[in-house]
Design a protein around this ligand. Structure first.
Ligand SMILES: NC(=O)c1ccc[n+]([C@@H]2O[C@H](COP(=O)([O-])OP(=O)(O)OC[C@H]3O[C@@H](n4cnc5c(N)ncnc54)[C@H](OP(=O)(O)O)[C@@H]3O)[C@@H](O)[C@H]2O)c1
Length: 304
C-alpha cells in the first residue's frame, strides 16, 4: 500500500442529487473522495461532470449496493485493501418508495438501504478512522423522521412505504445519536452527527405518482432549495471544526425546508435512549454483525 497523506472521504450515493454536491464540496475541501455508487455507468458520468467543474478533484469510484449486505462487505474489503485510513464517512444514499419492497434478505427495502446498509458499512470501517475530532460519521436523516416510530414488531410498517420511509430516516438519526454516545463512552474523539437536507428536487421523488410529482415540481421553487444548498448541512457536519458529536443540523428557514444551516429539531422520541439501544441491537441482528467500538490503540494501520 502506497503512503496516503491525503484525507479520505466516502460518500454513498455520490452520483446524484445531494450526494453529488456533497462529493463536490468534499473534493473542494481537499479530500480524496470515494464515490460509493451502485451503478458504474452513472458514477462515471457523475465523476466526469465533477472533473469538468472542478479539475483539481481527486475522486475514485467504488461500487456498492447498500441494500445488499454482501455488497457492503465486499466494498469494505476492497476499501481496506486499497486505503489505510478513512477520515469521513457520509452515509448519504437513500430511497423513497411508495410500495412494499424487500431487499435480497427479505428486509423492508428502505430500512435496509437507508439505515441497515450504512450501519454495517460504518461497523466494518470505523477501526480505520483516526482518533481525532476531524474524523466524522455523518447520517442523512429527514424532517420525515418526525412523528415516525421504529416498528420493531413489523419493520415493513404494514407495507406502507411512506411510513417505512419515516421509520428509516428516524433510524438514521437514532443510529448517529447512539453511535456518538458509544464513541464518547469509549473516550473516542471521532464525531458521529446527523443532518437533514431540508427539501430539494432530487431523484428521491421519481417514484411519486404523477399528481404528487407534478405538484412537487410546481411547488418546489417556492419551498425547496437546490441540491447544492441541500448538501450544506452534510458538508458542515463533515468539515466544520465547530460541530460536536451528536449534533443534528439542517436548514433553519421556513418549515426547515431551506435556509442557513443550524441546529435542527428532533422528534421527542429521540430523547428515549432505550429506543436507540434497541435499534442498535436489532440492526446487529439483521446485518449479522456485532458493532463494537474499537479502542483508540487498536487502530494499528490508521493514520493519525
Ligand atoms: N431531496 C430531499 O428533499 C431529501 C429530504 C430529506 C432527506 N433526503 C435524504 O438525502 C439523501 C440523498 O437523497 P437525494 O435527495 O440526493 O436523492 P437522489 O437524487 O435520488 O440520490 C440518491 C442516491 O442514493 C443512491 N442509492 C439509492 N439506493 C442505493 C443503493 N441501494 N446502493 C447504493 N446507492 C444507492 C442513488 O443511486 P442511483 O442513482 O443509482 O439510484 C443516488 O445516487 C437520502 O438519504 C435522502 O433520504 C433527501
Amino acid at each position: 500500500m502506497t503512503p496516503q497523506p491525503q484525507k479520505i472521504a466516502i460518500v454513498t450515493g455520490a452520483n446524484n442529487g445531494i450526494g453529488f454536491e456533497t462529493t463536490v464540496g468534499m473534493a473542494e475541501a481537499g479530500y480524496h473522495v470515494i464515490m460509493a455508487c451502485r451503478s458504474g455507468e452513472k458514477a462515471k458520468e457523475a465523476k466526469a461532470s465533477i472533473m469538468k467543474r472542478l479539475p483539481s478533484a481527486s475522486l475514485d469510484i467504488m461500487l456498492i449496493d447498500v441494500s445488499d449486505f454482501a455488497s457492503v462487505r465486499s466494498f469494505a474489503d476492497k476499501f481496506r485493501e486499497r486505503f489505510s485510513h478513512l477520515d469521513v464517512l457520509i452515509n448519504n444514499a437513500g430511497i423513497l418508495v411508495y410500495s412494499a419492497q424487500s431487499d435480497a434478505d427479505g428486509i423492508e427495502l428502505q430500512f435496509a438501504t437507508n439505515h441497515l446498509g450504512h450501519f454495517l458499512l460504518t461497523a466494518l470501517l470505523i477501526d480505520l478512522m483516526p482518533d481525532n475530532p476531524a474524523s466524522r460519521v455523518v447520517a442523512l436523516s429527514s424532517v420525515a423522521h418526525k412523528g415516525a416510530r421504529i416498528h420493531f414488531d413489523d419493520l415493513t410498517c404494514g407495507g406502507n412505504g411512506g411510513i417505512a420511509y419515516g421509520q428509516s430516516k428516524l433510524a438514521c438519526l437514532l443510529f448517529a445519536d447512539e453511535l456518538n454516545r458509544r464513541l464518547q463512552s469509549a473516550r473516542r474523539k471521532i464525531r458521529a452527527l446527523a443532518v437533514h437536507p431540508g427539501g430539494s428536487d432530487s431523484g428521491l421523488f421519481d417514484e411519486m405518482n404523477r399528481l404528487q410529482y407534478f405538484t412537487l415540481k410546481a411547488l418546489s421553487p417556492f419551498i425547496t432549495h437546490s441540491n447544492a444548498s441541500a448538501a450544506r448541512p452534510s458538508l458542515h457536519a463533515a468539515l466544520s471544526p465547530q460541530v460536536a458529536g451528536g449534533d443534528y443540523y439542517g436548514p433553519t428557514g421556513i418549515m426547515e425546508m431551506r435556509g442557513p444551516v443550524g441546529h435542527a429539531k428532533r422528534d421527542p422520541v429521540c430523547e428515549d435512549k432505550t429506543v436507540a439501544q434497541r435499534l442498535w441491537e436489532c440492526s446487529e441482528r439483521l446485518v449479522a454483525r456485532k458493532f463494537e467500538i474499537p479502542p483508540a490503540q487498536a487502530q494499528g494501520n490508521a493514520a493519525a
